[in-house]
Design a protein. Structure first.
Length: 146
């Protein structure tokens, strides 16, 4: 694969899923810098420069946010709602990468403006391949407005 510099925010509370995602991205040269955030409060603070991230103002605008829905403190749908409601972050591509197969979660995600909704595949190889395809599309093929 081509080498691309891609700044990604990965919002994932499951350490195994976070590690598999990082391995898939770096193993395919799709991530120069990935910020892993493990709960919804930390994600909101990082994205909007609040709490322990207040000194950085708005932290670097990522090229992609990979968002789990089932998170502690603030759930993924609320994070997505806040991202889309703020003009500074509204155009950042957000891909939901979740274990939820619930129609209500998928439908609500799209109503809130998610760019893509992907159910996490079972098994390391399938998971790694899916993440690599996500990274390849958003890093190399998609032309973002930001």
């Amino acid at each position: 694969m081509l080498n691309a510099m891609l700044d990604i925010i990965l919002i994932e509370d499951n350490p195994a899923d976070a590690e598999m995602t990082l391995d898939a991205l770096t193993g395919n040269n799709l991530a120069n810098r990935v910020q892993v955030l493990t709960d919804g409060r930390e994600a909101i603070d990082y994205i909007f420069g609040e709490g322990k991230y207040k000194d950085c103002g708005m932290c670097d605008s990522p090229k992609l946010i990979l968002l789990d829905l089932n998170l502690p403190k603030i759930d993924g749908l609320e994070i997505l709602r806040r991202i889309r409601a703020d003009e500074r972050t509204a155009m950042i591509p957000v891909v939901v990468l979740t274990s939820s197969v619930a129609d209500k979660d998928r439908i609500e995600s799209y109503k809130l403006g998610v760019n893509s909704y992907i159910v996490k595949p079972v098994g390391f190889d399938n998971f790694a391949q899916a993440v690599a395809q996500i990274g390849f599309y958003w890093a190399l093929l998609n032309k973002s407005p930001i």
